[in-house]
Design a protein around this ligand. Sequence first.
Ligand code: ADP
Ligand code: NI
Length: 226
Amino acid sequence: MIEKVREKVKEILEKDNSGHGMDHIERVLHLSLRFAEKENADKNLTALIALLHDVDDYKLFGKENAANLTNAKKIMNECNVDENTQKSVCAALHKIGFSKRLGGDKPESLEGKIVSDADMCDAIGANGLLRAHKYSTKHGAKFFDKNIFPIESVNAKSYTTQPTSTSVCHVFEKLLKLKNLMLTTESGKNEAESRHNIIVEFLRHLFDEENAPEWQNYLDNYLKNL
Ligand code: ADP
Ligand code: NI
């Protein structure tokens, strides 16, 4: 059944080039299953939530589909997922995502927490940096501009409405905050910590190479207040 779901998700997300493509889903699935093993979670439920977590993303499919979970429900019906499981999956899907977190929402089940952590982990570390680079390239924004500093306090509204700035601003406005948003005790926190450190190390090298000591200071202050 999981294989069938995966094929259908692939059909929907194959053409995506906004950072929610099948490569992202496969990484989130893999990491989620690793967390599920450590946390003794239900692997079948974890896999379903991971595979379906972006098929109704509001940025790709609009607010209405996001609110109704149109694609997720359609796929689960086509794959004969039982009603109870569908309910658990939908409850988690309604609560996964950075902008929802900024608004105070978070998943309640262990499996929902695991996928939320894995999704956020994929926005940091090596792949997080590659995704941020891809995003700025696609939107015609620069990866780094010495003269453009991050917005200090990002909330749910400004995150979803602000125009695209540089990737480095995005790193400060979102990515460096993610390690503090982990929901599962051991696995998510440990993984996020090491991925966070990769980004910090990368920024230090970048600011050094760009001869931008003011940004080095900005980073130090930012980390102190994190
Ligand atoms: P999510 O899947 O967590 O909802 P988004 O849809 O906001 O993430 O973004 C998809 C990917 O693009 C993520 O890896 C994110 O870090 C990256 N991204 C989003 N906005 C920007 C930006 N302004 N600059 C660079 N990267 C961005
Ligand atoms: Ni995602």
